[in-house]
Design a protein around this ligand. Structure first.
Ligand code: KG4
Ligand code: ZN
Length: 357
């Protein structure tokens, strides 16, 4: 039995300091040995959002003991690690630089390979930590900074089928929460408050609902929430607005996912109809069950990462590192932090303009 690779993953792209050790079994399936995540919610709460400099300082303070904890919980020794994989982008440059520099120095001191990872690729492949998943598959990536439909053709091979032309979905959840006076990070709270409200109370707009293919837009929805939120008089109206927002998002995703299915089926070399939803917003249970039901009616297999893997973590970074390690796709120690790093490099940057609506 040959020694299986042991990979250390490090994630510091935003406000989570995370480290993980993973290896694989005889069948090549990843095994998570440790997955340590330290959130900075308390650091940013009073500012109502992530403050980059404070986030970077907190990463610097914590990174060493988080990595040490990940190693000790894995039951392995530092000398047994075969490679270090750090998130190199996209994200906040001051935050990325901490995990990237730490990972490079760690790898250099042990004389082992260093592997720079695209954070979005971590989310995109995260279901592989728990499920067998063959390429190609259709991915809906919904996080704080991105909302995209992608044809995932293989490691490093992505074709974007649709994207948001303005705000990301997680951003829309967070901004709506802020307008409702919910403490940061409010996104996940919307789902909880929505349960107490009437989803038909407010009729919110669904921008580019009937046009723009499977592209998405949430900015107009946020503006509508802002106008209503100003006149809210009591908690019940707040719950009703949260419920109406959650319902509107579900309607948008239902419709756009159906369009994305058609787009995906037009792609070359599609063998199976598999739909994966990943990223922080994939933790929303209502969105999960609505998309699961849609998949049943449309004949798709649906795959969601477990809820604890939807948000930022280092296990997904280590897992992409493991795949790259097996292909000897190592990075140089002068690899830069890349604040903007799309998965589909050929896709044009759509900021409202340039998109066929
Ligand atoms: O993937 P992620 O942890 O970080 C980024 O890479 O952006 O995603 C964070 C986003 C935040 O906007 C957060 O509000 C949202 O995911 N989120 C949720 C839920 N849990 C996290 N949004 C809606 N419902 C949830 N349950
Ligand atoms: Zn993320």
């Amino acid at each position: 039995m040959s020694k299986k690779p042991l990979i250390l993953g490090i994630e510091t792209s935003c406000d989570e300091t995370a480290a993980s050790l993973i290896t694989e079994n005889e069948g090549g399936r990843p095994i998570v040995l440790s997955n340590i995540i330290s959130s900075q919610v308390d650091v940013h709460k009073e500012f109502g959002g992530v403050v980059p400099e404070l986030a970077a300082r907190s990463h610097m303070e914590k990174i060493d003991w988080i990595v040490q904890k990940a190693i000790s919980e894995s039951g392995h020794k530092i000398e047994e690690i075969d490679a270090v994989a750090s998130t190199a982008g996209p994200g906040l440059i001051v935050c990325l630089s901490v995990g990237l520099s730490f990972g490079k120095a760690f790898a250099a001191s042990l004389n082992i390979p260093f592997i720079a990872i695209n954070h979005l690729e971590g989310h995109a492949l995260s279901p592989k930590l728990n499920s067998d998943l063959n390429y190609p598959y259709l991915l809906l990536l919904i996080s704080g900074g991105h909302s995209q439909f992608l044809n995932v053709k293989g490691l490093g091979r992505y074709k974007r089928l649709g994207t948001t032309i303005d705000d990301a979905l997680g951003e829309a959840f967070d901004k709506t929460a802020k307008l409702l006076g919910i403490e940061f990070p409010g996104g996940p709270q919307i789902e909880i408050l929505a349960k107490k409200g009437d989803p038909s109370k407010y009729d919110l707009p669904k921008p580019i609902f009937y046009k723009g293919g499977c592209n998405l837009s949430f900015a107009g929805l946020k503006t509508a929430v802002l106008k209503i939120a100003k006149n809210i008089k009591n908690d019940q109206e707040k719950f009703d607005l949260a419920a109406s927002f959650q319902k509107t998002i579900e309607e948008i995703l239902y419709k756009k996912t159906k369009v994305a299915f058609k787009e995906f089926e037009k792609q070359k070399k599609i063998k199976e109809k598999v739909f994966v939803v990943a990223g922080g917003v994939a933790a929303n249970k209502n969105i999960r069950s609505m998309l699961k039901n849609l998949c049943v009616t449309e004949g798709y297999q649906s795959i969601f990462p477990p809820i604890e893997i939807c948000g930022d973590n280092a296990a997904m970074i280590a897992m992409v590192g493991l795949e790259k390690f097996k292909l000897k796709q190592f990075s140089k120690l002068d690899h830069a932090a890349i604040p903007r790093w799309p998965l589909d490099k050929k896709a044009v940057f759509l900021k409202g303009a340039g998109i066929k609506l």
